[in-house]
Design a protein around this ligand. Sequence first.
Ligand code: BGP
Length: 462
Amino acid sequence: MTINYKFPEGFWWGSATSATQIEGAANEGGKGKNIWDHWYETEPNRFFENVGPETTSDFYHRYKEDVQLMKEIGHNTFRLSISWARLIPGGRGEVNQEAVDFYNKVIDELIAHDIEPFVNLFHFDMPLELQNEGGWESREVVDAYVEYAKTAFDLFGDRVSKWFTFNEPIVPVEGGYLYDFHYPNVVDGRRAVQVAYHTMIAHAKAVEAFRTFDVKDGKIGIILNLTPSYPRSQNPADLKASRIADLFFNRSFLDPAVLGEYPQELIEILREHGQLPTTQKGDRELIKANTADILGVNYYQPRRVKAKDHLPNPYSPFMPDWFFDNYEMPGRKMNPYRGWEIYEKGIYDIMINLKENYGNIESFISENGMGVQDEDRFLENGEIQDDYRIDFIREHLKWLHKAIEEGCNAKGYHLWTFMDNWSWMNAYKNRYGFYSVDIKTKKRTPKKSAHWIKAVSENNGF
Ligand code: BGP
């Protein structure tokens, strides 16, 4: 078999997931409630087919089988998240020993199968009690997070060397404080900015704390969904629209996390519109001194923008969209199920940007994937023939390969996700896994892509 695209030795092949999306056992093992448990209890109608996070894929009880299945398809790395509300019910105070046992067993099981665990501390799942105190709007919650992070470094840092403070921190800002797709469903630009800012402070403080732990080969970073902004045209108005979208959705976290400072132009826009957050003395130095060692890049789709067609309604709440309109480029390739554009070259553009403007920080693709509804219609002989997913991964990998050949510091590729999982408001609507999960019986079955990725990771290319 000829290998046309060979990846560097030691390349990380694996997948990513999050606690709330796979563990289940939401009311077991001493876990406290998080915002998802609460939102589902109060507004089940917000979730696709009224399916909530109580059982999801039942990883809590089936992790052994799942680690075995990961091994079978050639994973050498796997990213999970710790559920804050499971480890520390209520968000601060006493540690839940059952949770410690569970995460210990998962980590040990992975290591026993030569799969390196990458551990993320926060994946959209604020403990309910802390949300009731104001969530990321509250500086006390930031302190509670830092204590939680230290607890995790202390408990698991002897075996886990790759740590991540947050997954896609812009998403709870967008979902919870601008666009009404996460609890607490606030629509308020100023509060959104405060939440984003405090998240960054929490990140920097966790990085600072991490440096005081003696973690062997320890690296800490953040996982960002980088969505490159492409302007409709080279018209200065379109270029400006795209630059501002990039400031809000990418550089708002990328610049402070990697360069240690916020872009001046973003600060100016927020100042001009009276949206600057409350800060404390020493914050600037804190952010500057605690940049990330490693960056996870989640990439699903590009953002295409154009100058606004109409002035925003002056009575509408302040929104990033005051500065640009989305642009539906004719002829764009779509994943019609999820409604997201597929633009494989985006992965290359992100990597080149990191190389040229962000010191070529060590990075990897921490999520990329294709959600498809009703995948059972592709069943043949008991197996889902997900050729579309294989094409999707292969074409993205080609661009990643090219970036690496041109000197980008990308170390791996993780698919979203290992097995079909529960996806926030979409619940089980879109399936992403190498393995399908029967949501009633919880039976896992490999899809065609599972066999394909096994060969890719064994050959370290294709
Ligand atoms: C990312 C999140 C994941 C996951 C994925 C797929 O933004 O980090 O948690 O859910 O997107 O998106 P969705 O589930 O909305 O289809």
